[in-house]
Design a protein around this ligand. Sequence first.
Ligand SMILES: [Zn+2]
Length: 322
Amino acid sequence: MKDERRYLAFETGGSKLVVGLGDRDGRLRRTVSLKRGAADRAPLSFARLLRAADELSDSHLHAGARIAAIGFGFGGTVRRSTNSPHVCLHEDGWDDVDVVGALEDRYGVPVFVENDCKLAALAEAHFGAGRGARSVFYVTLGTGVGGGFVLDGRILALGDLGEAEIGHVVVDPDGPLCCCGNAGCVEAICSGPGLARLCRLVAERRPDLKAATVLEPSAGSHRIIAAWESGDALADAVVRHAVGGLAKALGAVVNLVVPRRIVVGGGLGTSTPRLLHLLHDEIDRWVVPYFRRSYSVVPSSLGVSAVAQGAALLARQGPSRG
Ligand SMILES: [Zn+2]
């Protein structure tokens, strides 16, 4: 008998909301992406997601096919024991939304909630740059820095509130403050906003570089990367410091859990191949010699669709439990 199960995927994040429809293999076939208003709170975002999901299933679920499960990718911390969103730094109000209850009532199927980075890791491991590798460590460098670890095709779920928080590994104790309260986390120097802040800090500390740079004090990460590619000395010092910090953290990851592949995503992470070459060289500095040939560093290949793709896969697989 033909497998007519289909999977609904949701994604909430900083600036967008996504609903997707996955086929019997959990591969995403259709997506609808909505722009979230900067001041929108969770109840409004959730209502818009539900409407979009209804429209998507009405127009693309053919006769006989049925939604069998739902994956919900949350742009924040998830509490696994209660299968619910915990804290989102970009959008408040998720405490007031019963995500799982509302979706179960509406569709009458199991709903699984997971952190967005973990889902991007899952998607890359199955259908993206991690395909074929037994263990995949995923890191995204964007507005923030997040991570996920996939082993044998499943998220390695170790803690109730997650794991693989590569963004909050302290690599530069004298560095800028991080949103988590510590100073010098990877996120504080190697996210998009972190790189821009680091650039201002380095310019203050190094008047010689400040005098020679083409960069304005307000330069964002795109401008810094472009200046780095064209040989700007301040940009070079900033990027090397940021990538060096990330490499220290990833070197420890390799020494501890020996992932076969490190997949790097996010706007900053995929901005230029040069960044990944530098990253690989720098990671090797911190890796015990006999692990140096054990892993590769590659750019994410699913890009912006990774989270929704991972949500469809999670719906098909069931909950990620360690
Ligand atoms: Zn932090």
